[in-house]
Write a protein that binds this ligand. Structure first.
Ligand SMILES: *Cc1c(COP(=O)(O)O)cnc(C)c1O
Length: 369
């Protein structure tokens, strides 16, 4: 059997570089609890993401859960969000004892349909939680207008949008807060990790309490918190990967462009990607297998799999249709989201994906179209 091609492959620094970089930890034995590398990475990320405020977290999910918690919404409040996302987005709302109100998405890029948000607002609505899905940027201006009009908070799930800049500003500058994931499969990774960027400086202290048991001194616990700190091994991984991120994105772009060239004219196939709206991080390559293509999405998925190519149906099913949430919340019209979920498939894309592999994948897709 041929080699297997997975949908992604983690970026890593050279082995020797990492080994060299973690050596000081054997001198200090300071492995976690806001160590020097934790601080250094927070500072470097503020610069790289072009944001004034940032707090590192153990992973992207806890970043989101704690950000929602930091705003202190009353239990049972409603949060308008998208079902066309990774399950983490919806879990974070529900685990905060809030109710997700699912809004449909836009056919062209899969982001929340801002024209449908206002109809969903009730007196219990406290926040909007959109997702920059695949790095496609939401209509941040329209969302801000709505939020201001109804006095709502906006928290972006920017897990896919690392390094994305919109209108000359880092994407983390929009809304009250944004969360990023540094999971091994993301464009930039710290093995596991994440961060919150936010507007008000006071959020830093609140998140600090939430991620470190609320401990404020040897004998002082001033807030009820959990444990969601990033350790020094992960922070060092981040410092080394951050130096390589621009290179990794360039390499992704080459492969992305090659895919586009090969597949542009295939009938019924469409890239679910924005063009020219923001800077692109080439995090994912989602395509829609629609009417006019020779096979259904599921058929193409199976054919590629038989050839050792493991694509993913991101994001199918919608989070609102998952067993744990089905029939639990208000029923919404999610026609477009459902259509995208039924047609979407994410093709392999990573910095060292062989061009021959791209060529092989495109060949199979063209032969079945
Ligand atoms: C990856 C991801 C998360 C969660 O991040 P982790 O670091 O894996 O906890 C949240 N939301 C979206 C959209 C994601 O893709």
């Amino acid at each position: 059997m041929d080699e297997q091609i997975l949908v992604t492959r983690s970026s890593m620094p050279p082995y020797e570089e990492y080994i060299e970089a973690i050596k000081p930890l054997w001198d200090t034995h300071w492995l976690t609890n806001m160590g020097v590398y934790h601080s250094e990475l927070e500072e470097k990320l503020k610069g790289y993401l072009d944001v004034p405020e940032l707090s590192l977290m153990v992973n992207g999910h806890m970043a989101l859960e704690m950000t929602i918690q930091a705003f202190g919404f009353p239990e049972g409040s409603e949060v308008i969000t998208t079902p066309f996302t990774f399950i983490s987005t919806t879990h974070a709302i529900v685990r905060n004892h809030l109710k997700p109100v699912f809004c449909d998405v836009k056919e062209e890029d899969g982001t929340i349909d801002e024209t449908k948000i206002e109809d969903l607002i009730t007196e219990r609505t406290v926040a909007i939680l959109p997702v920059h899905v695949y790095g496609n940027v939401c209509n941040v201006e329209a969302i801000e207008r709505i939020a201001n009009k109804y006095d709502l908070r906006v928290i972006y799930d920017a897990a896919h949008a690392f390094s994305v800049a919109y209108k000359g500003k880092g994407i983390g500058n929009y809304g009250d807060a944004s969360i990023f994931s540094f999971h091994a499969t993301k464009v930039f990774n710290t093995i596991e990790g994440g961060a919150v960027t936010f507007r008000e400086p006071r959020i830093y202290d609140k998140l600090y309490n939430l991620k470190n048991f609320g401990i404020r001194g040897e004998e002082i616990v001033s807030d009820v918190g959990a444990n969601a700190k990033m350790n020094e091994f992960c922070a060092i991984m981040g410092l080394l990967n951050l130096k390589r991120t621009d290179y990794a994105i360039q390499e992704r772009k080459k492969r992305y462009d090659y895919y586009t060239q090969c597949l542009e004219d295939v009938e019924g196939l469409r890239f679910l990607r924005q063009k020219g709206v923001a800077t692109d991080n080439y995090a994912y390559l989602p395509v829609l297998v629609g009417e006019g293509y020779g096979r259904t999405r599921d058929e193409l998925y199976d054919i590629l799999r038989e050839n050792g190519i493991y694509t993913r149906k991101y994001f199918y099913p919608l989070t609102s249709d998952q067993a744990c949430f089905k029939n639990k919340f208000k029923k919404m019209n999610l026609k477009t989201a459902r259509k995208l979920a039924n047609e979407v498939m994410v093709l392999p894309l990573y910095e060292d994906l062989a061009m021959e592999s791209v060529s092989k994948i495109c060949g199979i897709i063209r032969a079945n179209g």
